[in-house]
Design a protein around this ligand. Sequence first.
Ligand code: GUN
Length: 291
Amino acid sequence: MSSNPPKLLDGNALAALWKQKIKVACAAFDQKPCLAAVLVGSDGASQSYVQFKMKDCQEVGFQSKLIQLPENTSQASLLQTIEDLNKDASVHGYIVQLPLPKHIDEQTIVAAIDPTKDVDGFHPLHAGRLMLGRPGFVPATPWGIVAMIDHYNIPTEGAEIAIIGRSHIVGRPLSVLLSSSPKNGTVTLLHSKSKNLKEHCLRADILIAALGKPGFVTADMVKQGAVVIDVGTTRVQDHSIARGWRLKGDVDFEQVAPKTKAISPVPGGVGPMTRIGLLHNTLEAYKTFNP
Ligand code: GUN
């Protein structure tokens, strides 16, 4: 057992600080930054994520625009929407919510977004810049996790950092950020084919779970006194709540928390900081248009 209770990495409180900072910056502009979001289809989780992003814009004084397209939208039609957004001078940044319906090729869509407006940071140009340590839009979730590590002064230099999950949205870019200067961590990027996953996790000073499997990380996988960051947000059935579901992270919080020095909860951990990442990138995109 840990001698001290774990510190909660409070994403809600940190996001509130950032929102205030962005709101103050926004108040100084005559013309307001504008974020657009394209949502194809009617997936419940995607719909609520996009609604949150639009609400965040309103809270900090940004303009926002939601473009909702039906599930059967063709790839050609979505590419036309993207071309229109690329040309629309009133939109400073935009996102295409993923996943897209199966008949649309995500990589083709992401590559068509004007990199100067790609506030998700998913375009190959930004992925390349991240790899090379050059300025570009950093994807929102890795950005939010690094902001959290900075805020709570979690030491990374020379630290053993294990990341479970190698997605283009979270694990892979995060592995680059945390292994590069100035973070200088020793990063192990784990995935579904990794052997001895538990042993790798047990070495970690910082363990980051981003695989999308609720409750995957159990106490026997965590070193005493480690910092644990939970990126998972899966909807699981819960009939004790009127809506019938709740969010569950990739970490078995109850079991794992007592072993940790610090741990992020779900909800209220990485999720709110991901949303700040998007606002931050939108502000940067706006400044590029209005230097
Ligand atoms: N789907 C899950 N996370 C994200 C994200 O950060 N951006 C977009 N566009 N889609 C997502």
